[in-house]
Write a protein that binds this ligand. Structure first.
Ligand SMILES: Cc1cc2nc3c(=O)[nH]c(=O)nc-3n(C[C@H](O)[C@H](O)[C@H](O)COP(=O)(O)OP(=O)(O)OC[C@H]3O[C@@H](n4cnc5c(N)ncnc54)[C@H](O)[C@@H]3O)c2cc1C
Length: 385
């Protein structure tokens, strides 16, 4: 065995783990089936990679064990990553809500990771697919380019989202093979498909809203699509959405619609024009046509005003499904945290087997949290190899 550890997956978590282990003079091999490492980093954040969130806390993650991520996040913080980015002279900015983006290109993050890998003497093999793994006095990994062996194995091959850039189910297969439990997976941070009436004619219209699913609310834009809704508030909600529960949308979170109509009780302005002053006119026209009568305000009955308020301030929508893994930013669920040490990410059942990054049942909100989990969990495992 010429390697101390093999890391499957040259994404954010795998590369970061390799760097930390390499710095500690461990001989590590990263195996990546794409022709280049970090493809997801390159396409992330609209090409500018939202690489962390300075407000990262355990509350920003979903997992069956809400405390699991705490130790790794404390061991390698957003500030630590910011220092690394600064050391590499990568210009960045805070877009909103603590979200840090590269000013120029997400490729700079990949270049930084590759440079750090070189400095740490990490071996990286690209264009090499892992097919199978077994244990025989150590781990053996069967690939396109033969069988590689190492005492330790790190599974960093991500989740199921964006299969067109290399996502595979290998991580879950390895976990199952070695007897680890998987928390059911689902596409998340993804647009949702409306169950009933669609608003295809409104595709492209965006509205600053408060969206609530269960106990969780998000105040950001929603975006109408041909089949349903998207936009940051909906992507955030998709983490919490359950098929049989409606989602409530307040389309005017800063206004009291009933009071606004009451103030114009004598007005002959039509409802569509009135709503068009508060919301995008295309939306005001469509919702008035579908749900109300386009009367002058002075002719609206109390019942009608009640319905308008309900629809605008507490619109209850049902979604039938998500737009699926092809469009999802992440996979919810994954290798159960009950199976892993929160300090090292090592399997409790299978010594020397580690799981990091998105393949683990730790899913962040939209806004840089998922990359921070990749860096932090990679760092925890890299220091334990
Ligand atoms: C379009 C998009 C935009 C995103 N934007 C952001 C953002 O701005 N901020 C943020 O925090 N998060 C973002 N995310 C989420 C983030 O990219 C992931 O959470 C993160 O990349 C997970 O890192 P990972 O290393 O665990 O997995 P990945 O980055 O998916 O890496 C896994 C690697 O394993 C490789 N692999 C898989 N199977 C095999 C195999 N059989 N053999 C060899 N190699 C294999 C894959 O090719 C891949 O390179 C975005 C996701 C998408 C899809």
């Amino acid at each position: 065995m010429i390697y101390d550890a093999i890391i499957i997956g040259g994404g954010a978590a795998g590369l970061f783990c390799a760097i930390e282990a390499g710095k500690r003079r461990k001989k590590v091999l990263v195996i990546e089936h794409n022709a280049e490492v970090g493809r997801k980093i390159i396409i992330s954040g609209g090409g500018r990679c939202n690489f962390t969130n300075i407000h990262t806390r355990a509350e920003n993650f979903l997992s069956q064990n809400a405390h699991f991520c705490k130790s790794a996040l404390a061991g390698y913080t957003p500030q630590d990553f910011v220092e690394l980015v600064t050391k590499h002279k990568i210009a960045f900015y805070e877009k909103k809500l603590g979200q840090l983006f590269c000013r120029d290109s997400s490729r700079q993050i990949v270049d930084m990771l590759v440079t750090e890998c070189r400095k740490a003497r990490v071996a990286v093999m690209t264009g090499c697919r892992v097919h199978d793994v077994w244990w025989r006095d150590g781990f053996e990994v069967e690939t396109d380019h033969g069988v590689f062996a190492a005492e330790k194995l790190v599974v960093a091959c991500g989740g199921l989202s964006f299969p067109k850039i290399g996502a595979s189910d290998l991580g879950y297969r390895i976990a199952t093979q070695f007897g680890l439990k998987i928390v059911e997976t689902r596409a998340s941070l993804v647009a949702l498909v409306l169950a009933g009436e669609k608003f295809g004619e409104l595709a492209g219209v965006s509205i600053d809203s408060r969206v609530t699913a269960g106990k969780q609310s998000f105040r950001e834009n929603i975006l109408f699509t041909h089949r349903g809704l998207s936009g940051p508030a909906i992507l955030q909600t998709s983490n919490y959405w359950r098929r049989d529960e409606p989602v409530t949308i307040n389309l005017l979170p800063d206004a009291d619609v009933r009071a606004l109509i009451a103030a114009k009780r004598d007005s002959r302005q039509t409802l569509a024009n009135f709503l068009g002053n508060l919301l995008p006119q295309r939306f005001a026209d469509a919702i008035t046509e579908k749900k109300f009568a386009n009367k002058p305000l002075n002719q609206l009955s109390n019942l009608e005003i009640e319905k308008i308020e309900q629809t605008i301030s507490a619109w209850r929508v049902r979604f039938s499904e998500t737009e699926g893994y092809d469009r999802a930013e992440v996979t919810l669920g994954g290798v159960s945290t009950a199976e892993l040490s929160s300090k090292t990410m090592e399997s409790k059942k299978r010594p020397h087997l580690y799981f990091i990054g998105e393949v683990v049942d730790v899913t962040g909100w939209l806004g840089g949290y998922n990359f921070q989990w990749a860096w932090s969990s990679g760092h925890a495992a890299g220091n334990a190899l």
